[in-house]
Design a protein around this ligand. Structure first.
Ligand code: PMP
Length: 442
């Protein structure tokens, strides 16, 4: 009622389903009730382990390239398989031109707060067009622009998760999601992941036993494993979440970065009842420092999320939203996406070849997209010892322990970001890693 469908018809999306207001799940209306301020907990406590981002050495550029908390050995001769995309692939000159064009056309209005804390209207329309090509048909009002997808998750936690509430996460999963969830004092329960993504065969029982407040899932090219959740499992996952009344947070941080195979429809594309909160980001394809992402959310909870966004930061930088909108609408984004896709595919293949040659007894399933390769170490080699031995030899990786609820469960794994290094340096880095592994074999 009163909501218009998407302008672009999308495969798998049915605009007709928006004609009737669905019956919203109970958690939506509960979260949308006016909050009792006295009952509100402190939203962000210190992480229980007191951990913070490790300081990194090296040049100014190296210091700031990559992810907070992934800093380890850095420097000109260190081959670091850490970070996000390759900074040399960021469209620095093109984006500079775009910003100047926006300022010339829009002047001071591009430098204001902007009229809507939910985000620039034009960028929200543009995002719906990108989403339509993924099978997600939603109107622009369903899109909330956030400061990266990390803020999307933070806002959802702030609204839905109270201290002591249980949240289900894949195990292993994205380390900074774990740290965020710990910061809001969530009780975390892991759902195991195999080569086809989250094990939905054990999910029903976990949902019944723990009655979680939220289910966090990274269905495409998961961080850290690189695995993609199959279409069949996505349907089971949504059905189970719907039955148990648990919202799904679908973190699609790199869904557009596919190198092989066909795209699997987003869980959100199957959702017709406001059960799925879908987060996307421009970080992985463009520049993480832009801090522009988005949350797709339907139902009564949306207004509360916009409110939370407003009081958190008064809105994401309007200048950057306007520039990004122009960057996408003139087609630069798509050019960059194809360019990054070619570059990173070549690097994934280089990692596969280097591992086959230099570390043949490590387990590795090449991911169909994304940034991360997940390596099962040869028997007896532990990732904490390997990290030290690797850094001594000038190579840096992320230890598997970081991605598990119980760090010791990750002792047999390391994560390599293959997107940040050239094929030559990938090969040289794997040679160094293999030497570090050999030094630990018994
Ligand atoms: N989700 C996943 C799985 C990630 O790996 C990251 C960052 N690497 C994020 C979300 C957050 O990214 P951003 O806030 O830059 O969109």
């Amino acid at each position: 009622a009163g909501r218009s469908g998407p302008t672009t018809a999308a495969a798998g999306a049915s605009p007709a389903r928006r004609e009737r207001e669905p019956e919203w799940p109970a958690w939506q209306t509960a979260a949308s009730a006016p909050a009792d301020p006295s009952a509100d907990p402190e939203p962000f406590a210190d992480p229980p382990d007191g951990s913070s981002a490790e300081p990194a050495a090296g040049s100014a550029a190296e210091r700031w390239v990559g992810m907070p908390g992934t800093g380890g050995a850095r420097g000109p001769d260190v081959i670091a398989f850490t970070g996000v995309g390759d900074p040399t692939a960021y469209p620095v000159a093109e984006f500079g031109r775009t910003i100047r064009q926006v300022l010339a056309r829009e002047g001071a209005s591009a430098l204001s707060y902007g009229p809507d804390p939910a985000g620039d209207g034009s960028l929200r329309r543009t995002v719906t067009q990108l989403l339509a090509s993924q099978g997600i048909g939603v109107p622009p009002e369903s899109v909330l622009i956030t400061s990266g997808s990390q803020q999307a998750l933070a806002l959802v936690c702030q609204l839905l998760v109270r201290p002591g509430d249980t949240v289900l996460v894949e195990e292993p999963t994205y380390d900074l999601a774990l740290r965020l969830l710990r910061a809001v004092s969530a009780q975390l329960v892991g759902v195991p992941v195999d080569a086809h993504g989250m094990r939905v065969d054990v999910l029903g029982e976990l949902l019944a036993r723990h009655r979680p407040r939220l289910l966090y899932v990274v269905p495409n090219f998961q961080n850290p494993t690189g695995v993609t959740l199959t279409g069949a499992r996505r349907r089971v996952l949504l059905e189970l979440a719907r039955t148990h009344g648990v919202p799904i947070f679908e973190d699609d941080f790199a869904g557009d970065l596919r190198y092989s195979g066909r795209a699997t429809p987003a869980i959100k594309s199957l959702d017709d009842g406001g059960h799925v909160l879908y987060a996307g980001t421009f970080s992985k394809l463009l520049m993480p420092g832009l801090r522009v992402g988005y949350l797709v959310v339907d139902g009564p909870v949306r207004r509360r999320l916009v409110e939370a966004k407003q009081v958190t930061d008064l809105g994401t930088s309007l200048l950057l939203q306007r520039a990004l909108d122009r960057f996408v609408t003139v087609g630069r984004y798509q050019i960059n996406l194809r360019r990054a896709g070619r570059l990173y595919r070549e690097r994934r293949d280089a990692l596969r070849a280097a591992l086959a040659e230099h570390l043949p007894d490590a387990g590795f399933v090449p991911p169909a997209g994304g940034l991360f390769g997940w390596i099962a170490l040869p028997a007896g080699v532990r990732s904490d010892a390997l990290l030290r031995a690797a850094r001594d030899r000038g190579v840096d990786v992320a230890p598997g322990s970081r991605f598990f609820l119980r760090p010791s469960d990750g002792a047999g794994y390391v994560r390599l970001n293959f997107a940040v290094q050239t094929p030559e340096r990938i090969d040289a880095g794997v040679v160094r890693l293999a030497a570090a592994v050999d030094s630990l074999r018994r």
